[in-house]
Design a protein. Sequence first.
Length: 466
Amino acid sequence: MIGESKMASTGLTTVEVLTPADAEAAQGRAAGYLAAAGLRVGDRVVFCLPSSSALLCAVLGSLRTGVIPVLLNATLLDDERDQLIADAEPKLVVTDIAALAAFDTGTPVELARFPRGRPMHYTSGTTGRSKGVWSGVWDESTAAHAFTDEADLWSFGPDDVHLVCSPMYHSVSVRFAAGTLLRGGTCVILGRFEATAALAALKGSAGVIPTTTFMAPSALARLLALGRELPERFDALRLLVHAGSACPVAVKRAALERVRDGVLWEFYGSTEGQFTSCSSDEWTVHPGSVGRARPGRTITVDDDGTVWCRPPDFARFEYWGDKDKTASAWRDGSFTVRDLGHLDSDGYLYLDGRRDDLIISGGVNVYPAEVENVLCEVAGVAILAVFGLPDETWGQRVCAAVVPDATAESAEPDRLISALEAHATARMAGYKRPKQYFIVEDLPTTATGKVQRRQVAAQVGFPPAR
């Protein structure tokens, strides 16, 4: 069992220490539990839970026997979650702590040396219908290449203590934790991100001092906002990585002042795959860049400004159950997530726009079409557009511009906004709900009547969100 003696509590957040020996044993038991439950190679198991050492071990135990975990956002409402579960067609669904605890009762089985696939995460697009990113099951050689690609990039090793700050339904959390544990390192796991808990953990409150961590820019900003509570410098850190959304220059520079030279890195990637990495020295010379292509990858930008990445063979993917969507993402061995950008003469990538008007709030993707589909159900709405505005805390905040139906009694502005807020609360997880509503007379459209979301921010008095 993962011992309670290795758990602590800081405020509302549970902090756990997971050693490689404890993790290996727990993964074996989790894999044995799945085998006894009848799951076989290629089957899927859904997890919709907060971060914990038990969840991490269940996920890795699944992957190391060829069972693919499907990791869903733990804040989804039941209806949202159930739609994704139905789409994933899993053999097992785990949505409560008691069910997860049962994984630790399995009879240990032999594990592959490396994960035999990637967890399936859901992403979305212009239709608002979420799609699973599926990489299938790898053979031993492919699994080794995929693991080494990530672990070598960040030089994970037995002396590392990795602080897991982001929820495990973010793909980077499992990647970094797996790289650390399977290279003989230790993980410190926060049940949820709190700046004070993260600071305490970085100072060694759990009995070990982290040497590596990943934080979304919003989390990094919240940590740095603690000001005088921070040490002059986090000398124990050898690697502090951020990604997931644009990092404000002020936050980046503040972070650079708190770590040693060469410690702060960022990368650009997506649920579908990884594109670039960028050291602090490179960023200083190429400010605003997200770096150059990662090893084994080639980045190109077409005439329309769309960014394409040619990855290694092990990094190929498809959209679960959607051949047309998959075909549109790939071209001659390269894929795109429809982000816009440009390359400088040294091959450094700069992002100019986000795919499908994607909003990234606190490092979490919000897809306007999905939110619009729900809000348009409210009586009194003629048409609306969901868009992002800059936010100092979250990077972007979700907003909605609404044209009322003048013929409806419920279209009175205050009443309509209250109805929209209530409907959003009932139908969507908190991170998707608009934080600000604008009542407008009309919306900018193309000649064919399609709403131009990128112009809505300017219409309501703000520069377009990037």
